[in-house]
Ligand binder design. Structure first.
Ligand code: G16
Length: 545
């Protein structure tokens, strides 16, 4: 017999969701009642969950299965009518968004700490997505946080663990648990957007090869289904394709540092034509050509400029949105197309309203996120398919496509310098120091360039008027170059200071400079203005992308 139990608890003060949900160390989530408190806060704070259907799953990281069993039982005790659970507890973030939209669900609970490492000493995370399939906007995360500070009990159904590996339906009290295969749903959506026949022909021609790195995270099974089973790429095209609880000891962040195996393959003699990787929960992507890295900012611009080649986007593109620190390459494309380009704070949640209102078709972030109006999350495999479809149409190389783009629009040299795991107080001192200098900065000369304006970015959502302040400090120079300083909202240890650097170059004869060399003066200016080395004691960034 099963019963609903009410368990007494006390609030935890630190359950404020960051850039993308609540991310903490696994050990924190394993603290008695910690996970339960946050989940109960969701059930209490989000209106209309009683009697609704929601989807659940995660990126397969350590603690995924255990947490899912708890959350399902809590859902049953909180009056949810039906939960759809990804087979094996696996559900990529884009697949969750796809399913919420396709079946008109109330929302979804996604278990992931994205690109953060996993394992018993790694990170875990949980986020709630709303009925448009996108991340909760700030008023929802604020309500969940507020609720978490007032917890005194939670409700859970007492029952045996469920079998999540076999598709089908079971009953938990009045709630139906439906285990389903999200790969089928996701592949179907991709087929509705891209020319699978053309991509298959390219792959089967024998003159083209690709390699996809699943980083032992969630996308492996989706990528195998698409590239190997559906498009005929040889077995082994997908590397690190099995989701592992600790991601094989790796860091599932698709960038030049952590996807080093893929980078080495792409830079080797006779390497593949297209290389790509995705992150822990499948929403990020990195695109590589032979010996060539496409910055995420450039990827967004190239995608928008070539949208007419892709069946799902051959109509009118309504607009483009990018996060503030993302390079302005997309702005030039929007300008040439006569469409709007929106600048939002960091966090995919800020694109939701623009997409829902039909104001934008493509969105992108420098943090390896690209997506479109097909769902309300960024989508790693979607971006790879976009590039593959583009390559099949243009019969050019990845590098060729990007160089052509630069020739037409100019090149936005771009780099991000991260100082990870910095002492939180020191990080605040760095930001405070820059903040103090802002009022006097206009007209000042920094690194040989004159500052046109300097401020702390604040955003007013053009759809609902919501205001978000303190979204990063930006210094904009008269020649259009920019330096942006932000504290990351996704880390779990100390603070991460991000410095974003951008410089525009219109002259094709100057498009071959090494990125760090091209940005050298800005890098020096950022160091001077922030005093980052002196205050943190670090002499160099921990990651450069
Ligand atoms: C999340 C958000 C992104 C954001 C990124 C970096 O990505 O969804 O919108 O750009 O974090 O955020 P921060 O600079 O605050 O660390 P993901 O892939 O981690 O969910």
């Amino acid at each position: 017999m099963s019963i609903i139990k009410t368990v007494s608890t006390q609030p935890f003060p630190d359950q404020k969701p960051g850039t993308s949900g609540l991310r903490k160390k696994v050990k924190m989530f394993q603290t008695p009642h910690y996970l339960e408190n946050f989940v109960q806060s969701i059930f209490l704070a989000v209106d209309g969950l009683k009697g609704s259907t929601i989807v659940m799953g995660g990126d397969g990281r350590y603690f995924n299965r255990e947490a899912l069993q708890v959350i399902i039982k809590m859902a049953a005790a909180n009056g949810i009518a039906r939960v759809m659970v990804g087979k094996g507890g696996i559900l990529s973030t884009p697949a969750a968004s796809c399913v919420i939209r396709k079946y008109g669900l109330k929302g979804g609970i996604i278990l992931s700490a994205s690109h953060n490492p996993g394992g018993p000493d790694g990170d875990f995370g949980i986020k709630y997505n709303i009925e448009n399939g996108g991340p909760s906007p700030e008023h929802v995360t604020d309500a969940i946080f507020k609720q978490s500070l007032n917890m005194d009990s939670y409700r859970i159904f007492e029952a045996e663990d469920l079998n999540l590996d076999k598709p089908g339906e079971t009953q938990l009290g009045t709630m139906t648990v439906q285990v389903f295969d999200s790969i089928i749903e996701y592949v179907e959506l991709m087929e509705s957007l891209f020319d699978f026949r053309k991509m298959e022909n390219l792959i089967r021609s024998g003159e083209f090869s690709l390699i996809f790195d699943g980083m032992n995270a969630v996308t492996g099974p989706y990528a195998r289904a698409i590239f190997e089973d559906r498009l005929g790429a040889p077995e082994g095209t997908v590397i690190n394709g099995d989701p592992l609880p600790d991601f094989g000891g790796g860091h599932p962040d698709p960038n030049l540092k952590y996807a080093d195996q893929l980078v080495a393959m792409m830079n080797s003699q006779g390497g593949p034509d297209l290389g790509a990787a995705s992150d822990g929960d499948g929403d990020r992507n990195m695109i590589l050509g032979k010996n060539f890295f496409v910055t995420p900012s450039d990827s967004l611009a190239v995608i928008a400029a070539n949208a007419h080649l892709i069946p799902g986007y051959s109509g009118i593109i309504s607009g483009i949105a990018r996060s503030m620190p993302t390079s302005m390459a997309a702005d030039r494309v929007a300008e040439s197309m006569g469409i709007d380009c929106y600048e939002t704070p960091t966090g995919w949640k800020f694109f939701g309203n623009l997409l829902d209102a039909g104001r934008v078709t493509f969105c992108g972030e420098e943090s390896f996120g690209t997506g479109s109006s097909h769902i309300r999350e960024k989508d790693g495999l979607w971006a790879v398919l976009f590039w593959l479809n583009m390559l099949a149409e243009k019969k050019d190389s990845v590098e060729g496509i990007v160089r052509e783009h630069w020739k037409q629009f100019g090149r936005n040299y771009y780099s991000r310098h991260d100082y990870e795991g910095v002492d939180s107080e020191a990080a605040q001192l760095v930001m405070e120091g820059i903040r103090k200098r802002l009022p006097a900065m206009g007209g000042e000369s920094l690194g040989g360039q004159t500052v046109a304006m300097a401020d702390e970015f604040s955003y007013t959502d053009p759809v609902d008027g919501a205001v978000s302040t303190g979204q990063g400090i930006r210094i904009i120079f008269q020649n259009g170059s920019r330096i942006v300083f932000r504290l990351s909202g996704t880390g779990t240890e100390g603070a991460t200071i991000r410095i974003y650097l951008e410089k525009y170059e219109s002259d094709p004869a100057r498009h071959d400079i090494d990125t760090q060399d091209a940005l050298a003066e800005l890098i020096a200016a950022a160091g001077e203005v922030s005093q980052i080395h002196e205050i943190t004691g670090r002499d160099a960034p921990s990651v450069i992308t």
